[in-house]
Every structure is written in C-alpha cells, then in structure tokens.
Design a protein. Structure first.
Lengths: 487, 224
C-alpha cells in the first residue's frame, strides 16, 4: 500500500515539477496571452453576432405584425363596430383563416373595447398576454410573456377599439437557442484550440530566444568561436543576438590576450630559471675554487633578481586590474613625487651626459595609489634615458589643465624613437621593439613597463598617449584627473 | 639577539636559520604555528620572525593570539603575498615590520637590527666610520678632517649606509629609503648614485670605504 502511495506522490510531484517548469517559460506566458486575446475576440464577435441575429429576427416579426394590423385596419369600412352585424362576418372569417394558416406561429388577433374583450380570432392562446401597462402606442411591438404583441387604437370607431395582433416567440426562441448552441460549441472549440495556436505562435516568437539559450549553453571559456544566428530582421531579438555576439567577440579577444600573456610570462620566466639552473649545475659538478663558486652564485643571485622583478611586475599588473576600486587610494602630490623621481634619475642622465630638464608646476595633486603612480613615472623616465643616446635631451613636464581638471605629465626625449609599425603595440605586454638597440643587454627589461603604465593610468581614469618619430625622439603624455580641491 | 623563527618550509627555514646564526644571533626554528605560539609564550625572545602561511594555526592567528594575550615581543612577518591589503592586515594585527618573499638576506638582518635598535635610546648626532665623520645636526661630512660637499641625496645615502655600517645594505633598501620607491628596473640607479658618493668620499683617499657586495648591495666599512 505504501509503495502505491509513494508512486502516486512521486507522479504528482513530477507533474507539479513539469507544470512549474512549463508555466515559468516565456513561451507559456506568451501562449496564455495569445489564447486569452483570441478567446476574448471570439467571445465579443460571437456575442455581437447573436445580438444581431436576435434583432433581425424580431424586426421581421414586428414587420409582419404591423402589416397585419394595417390590413385589419383597412378592413373596417363602417364607422361603427358591432359583433352581430353580418357585414363584419367576412372580416372575422378572413382573420380566422389567417389564424388557421399561421397556427405554427400561434398568430392571433383580437378586438378590445377598453379592457373589455369584444372579439378574438380562433387559436387565441389562453391565458392571453395582458395589455401593455404603459398604454397603447400604435404599431409599437412589445414582448409580453412569450408573445410579441402589437396594437392599434382605432379611436374614430364607435365604440373605439384596440386591435391587437400577436405572434408567439417560442419558435423564434428555438431558433435562437439553436444559434446559441452553435456559438457555445464554437467557443468550446476555440477554448480547446486557442492554447495550441497560442503555443505555436509563441513558439515562433521565442524561437530565436531558444537559439540564444542553446548557443549560450554550448559556450565555455575554451570554446568561444560559437556565435548566435543573426537573421538581419532588425527586431529586438536580432539586436539581442547582435549584442551578445559583440560581447562574445570582446570576451574572446580578452581570453586570447590572457592566453598570450600567460604563455609569454611562462616563456619569460624560463630564461632566468634556465640561467639559475645551469649556474648551479656547473657549481655542483667538480671541485672549483672559491672565486669560481662566488662567480657562479653571483650569477644565481642576479638571475633570481630578474625573476623577482618579472614576478613583481606580473603581480603589479594583476593588482592594478583587480583593484580598480582603489582601496588604498590617497591624495598624492604629483609634483613632489616627480621631484623625487627627477632626483633619482638625474644622476643616471648626468652619467650619460644627457641634458635632463624638469619643468614641474607645483601643487598638482591627484587621487590614487602612490606606489603605482611612482612606477609609471619611473618607467617613463627610465625608458626615456635608456633610449636616448649620449648628449641627447630628456624633458619632463608637469602641468595642470584647469578647464578639464587634468594633470598632464609629458616625458619627451630625443632618443632613437619608435617605428610607425611598432607604435600601436608599445603598450602590449612583453612587446619589445625589434631593433638592434633594444636587444643590447643594457636595455634589458621585463617588457612589461609600458603595459604597467597603461594599466595604472587607466585604473586612475587617465590616459596615456605616445608620439614618436624614428630617429628623432618619443614623447609620452599621461593625463590624470586632478584631485578635488581640498575642503 | 635571541630570535624565534616560525617557518614551515624546510629549505628556506634552514637557510634563514643558518644565516641568522652566522650573523651572530641566536635562533630557534620551529615549523608550525602551534609550536611557535607555545615557544613564544614560554621563552623570552628579542624578535620573532613569523611566516604567515603555515599549516594548521596560521601566522596571522598566532600573531593575533599573542597580541591579544598582551605579548609585546616585536614580530617581523614574512609572507609571499605582497599585496597592500595583506601588508595592512599584518601591521594592523600587531606586526612590527613586514618582509615580502623573496627578499635579500641582508635586508632581513637590517630590519631585525632596526627593530632591536628601536628598543634602545637614540644614537648620537655625530656618527663616524673610520676617519669619516657625519654630523646629523649641521649636516656636515668630513674625512680626515677635510670637509666634503655633499648634495642632500648623497647625504641621506651616506647617513643610511652609516646607520648599517659594517653590514650589507641592499639596493632595494636604499631606493626605498631615499625615494620611497621600489625601483626594480634594469637600470642600476643606485649604482650611479653610489659612484657619485664614492667620487666625493673615497676619491683621493688611499682606502675606499664603500664596498660593492656582488648581487647583494653595498657596505660601508672603516676596517681594512
């Protein structure tokens, strides 16, 4: 018994789950809307039709009654009415024949003197419908009980008579009932069909949404080449597909940059690692003098330093990217920071007999991370001095653009310059211009300097630009938003 | 100094312990947070060198537990995580100093000395190494009584070297001291500044006071 119950409960649970899933789809909701709209339209149309039919059928009855009354009216040739007068016999005969002929309609006619019945045709129903309470209006039909009744007040007769004719509405009602049944049947049919039509219509509308879902479910970080079909119809769903595709393009590009970066980083880490390994291996094979050991271990320390720098730069890049919220941002006097950097690099420029000029405006403050901004300044100055030949000139300028509320830092050199071909890539990670000078040991760097500059600048809502001419010099220009005036 | 080293890595721990012993310190080395915590409570140390990433009770927990107990022994924290957040968290938890792995060994020695020195009274305003004299009050430097004209940067550089006279001072330490900047580019800026300083204090004298220690840094020494 328990197992039966559990099966039943399980079945009910499944059904409920299925219903829940079904009713929470966009298709289902659209289907409901479609079905409801369809049903309402049909309901209004059928009701209108029914009313129309009823109206026309009644009008037909009324016209018949009016014609009958007018005919009867004309049949009065004498100015008086007397039931026993034989001259009225043909009229009574005629009316009785009419009543006989139209027995299926239960047609009748009667004459009243005030409330007093004076004559009635055969087949006059019993009990008779009462007279209208609102008084007698000529040729105006009224529904009294199950009869349609019309009256005429013949006032110029002695005694004045009310002539009443009526037709039973029973047969008409039967026709109307048949019609109503038809309407109900059609409505029932529609009720059954409309959800399916609605479902089908909704399916057509949501078809492209389904395509979006299917494609999106097939996406993973390794498989980003899938794209949603764009039908070119320009509707909202097409725009959605287009937007999603553009997003996918950007993600795919981002992932590619990531992959390249990882591969490059691993490659760059290998070089110092290989040097360390071979130095140690050489040191471990055979007996060596103390000087040789010193020499080999010195090389290990040097290469460890290179390794450390590279790791630090990679971490700095990651930190800049992921801490764009500036948790440790502070107010920084950029002028002071640059004075220190100029002091730091001035000696190096002097050794290289480079004319090192600093044109620094005072009190230029920005909001940001001190260490990161220092790194930008140091990298730019180092590059400028590194790539400027002896007796060249390096100029560093710091100004404020008050209208745009920006600090502008420019580092200009008269160095070897960057070729037009290389210029778009200088900020890329591990990019090194392929020329003889950059391969010299003295120019060895991690290849991340300028990408750090860009990452840091952008994290500070600033911009970095480069202008260069091969052989005559390079200018880097960094713009950073000024810190708000001190309160 | 009496030192306690809490470090789980066998190779790294052994190297540090040996280095500290050779530098003339006494060093106990434990490899877990629990042992470190127990030893720190039962013995008196001058400085505790504490690694943050430890199995079981981690360094931060040990640090907080010791400080919560009112334990006041200076603690130098070591970690491979060098983010600003980490550093701030460590210092807030009561660490006295912070060193990010990998570091140059002389820097560890210098920082330990600095922590030890903080406990002692301020040094006098006149320092001397051999025949070189540096007066912190009037910022004058002389060698063999002959006055030397130094720029402010050169003076700071010499003053810092003098503070750690006889010890190796790394380029990184100098760079951070002089310009608060952690320059690790290929250009050897410190070497250029050291050479300028040498040009003033060693040039024309028979014996150089500033020695280069390959791969490690510089050392100011009056001894032969």
């Amino acid at each position: 018994m328990n197992t039966v119950w559990s099966v039943v409960i399980e079945f009910a649970r499944r059904c409920w789950q299925w219903l829940f899933t079904l009713t929470h789809t966009l298709r289902f909701r659209l289907m409901l809307w479609n079905a409801v709209t369809l049903l309402l339209t049909a309901l209004i149309a059928l009701f209108g039709l029914k009313m129309g039919v009823q109206y026309f059928l009644l009008r037909e009855v009324d016209q018949k009654l009016e014609q009958d009354l007018r005919e009867t009216n004309l049949a009065f040739t004498e100015p008086f009415f007397d039931f026993d007068d034989p001259s009225f016999a043909p009229l009574f005969d005629q009316l009785n024949r009419k009543a006989m002929g139209r027995v299926s309609e239960q047609w009748y006619c009667r004459f009243l003197d005030g409330e007093l019945p004076r004559w009635k045709s055969i087949n006059t129903p019993v009990p008779l419908p009462n007279l209208s309470e609102s008084g007698v209006k000529n040729y105006e039909a009224e529904t009294i009980g199950s009869f349609r009744v019309m009256q005429f007040h013949k006032k110029n007769l002695v005694p004045p008579l009310i002539i009443q004719a009526g037709i039973s509405l029973t047969s008409l009602q039967e026709e109307l009932d048949d019609f109503n049944l038809l309407v109900l049947l059609s409505l029932g049919g529609l009720l059954l069909i409309s959800p399916w039509i609605g479902y089908w219509l909704a399916g057509r509308t949501t078809k492209s949404v389904g395509a979006v879902i299917r494609t999106a479910s097939q996406l993973n970080p390794e498989q980003l080449q899938q794209r949603l079909p764009e039908r070119g119809s320009g509707d909202e769903l097409d725009q959605l597909a287009k937007t999603v595709n553009e997003l996918l393009d950007r993600i795919a590009h981002h992932m590619q940059v990531r992959r390249d970066f990882l591969a490059n980083a691993a490659h760059e880490l290998r070089t110092p690692l290989a040097a360390i390994r071979s130095s140690v291996e050489v040191a471990l094979t055979g007996q060596r003098s103390a000087e040789e050991y010193q020499e080999l271990l010195g090389a290990v320390i040097d290469e460890s330093g290179a390794l450390e720098n590279l790791v630090n730069h990679i971490l700095l890049l990651a930190e800049t990217e992921f801490d764009a919220g500036h948790q440790h941002a502070e107010r920084i006097d950029l002028s002071q920071l640059l004075h220190k950097a100029v002091d730091m690099f001035g000696a190096v420029a002097e050794v290289k007999t480079i004319d090192f000029q600093a044109e620094l405006s005072d009190n230029i403050e920005v909001f940001g991370e001190r260490q990161h901004l220092r790194q930008v300044v140091n990298n730019l100055l180092d590059n400028a001095i590194k790539f400027t030949p002896e007796a060249g000139r390096v100029t560093v300028r710091l100004n404020r653009h008050d209208a745009e509320r920006q600090a502008i830092l420019e580092v200009e050199d008269t160095g070897i310059g960057i070729s037009e071909k290389d210029l778009p890539f200088v900020f890329d990670r591990f990019f090194r211009a392929d020329n003889a000078r950059s391969r010299e040991a003295v120019h060895k760097g991690t290849g991340l300097g300028l990408s750090i500059c860009r990452a840091v600048t952008e994290a500070h809502r600033g911009q970095i630009q480069v202008r260069s001419q091969l052989g005559s010099g390079t200018t880097f220009r960094v713009t950073l938003p000024l810190a708000d005036e001190a309160p | 100094m009496e030192l306690l080293l809490v470090e789980d890595d066998a190779v790294f721990g052994k190297a540090i312990q040996r280095g500290l012993l050779e530098a003339g310190h006494h060093c106990d080395w434990v490899r877990s947070g629990e042992n470190g915590f127990d030893l720190a409570r039962s013995h008196r140390f001058d400085v505790i060198v504490l690694d943050l990433m430890l199995p079981g009770m981690n360094g931060m927990t040990v640090l907080k537990a010791l400080r919560d107990m009112g334990h006041r022994t200076p603690i130098l924290v070591l970690t491979a995580l060098g983010t600003v957040d980490e550093r701030v968290a460590g210092l807030n938890a009561g660490a006295d100093d912070y060193l990010v792995k990998p570091f140059a060994f002389p820097e560890l020695i210098a920082r330990l000395d600095a922590i030890g020195r903080r406990m002692q009274p301020r040094p006098s305003s006149v320092n001397s190494v051999g025949e070189l004299e540096l007066n912190l009050t009037n910022r004058r430097v002389s060698r063999q009584g002959k006055e030397l004209d130094l720029t402010p940067t050169e003076f700071s550089l010499l003053e810092y070297l003098m503070r750690f006279a006889g010890q190796v001072v790394t380029r990184k330490m100098l760079c951070e001291h002089l310009w608060e900047s952690n320059w690790d580019g290929a250009t050897n800026i410190i070497e250029v500044h050291i050479n300028r300083l040498r040009g003033k204090i060693d040039k024309g004298f028979d014996r150089p006071l500033i020695q280069t220690v390959r791969g490690r840094g510089y050392c100011l020494s009056g001894e032969r």
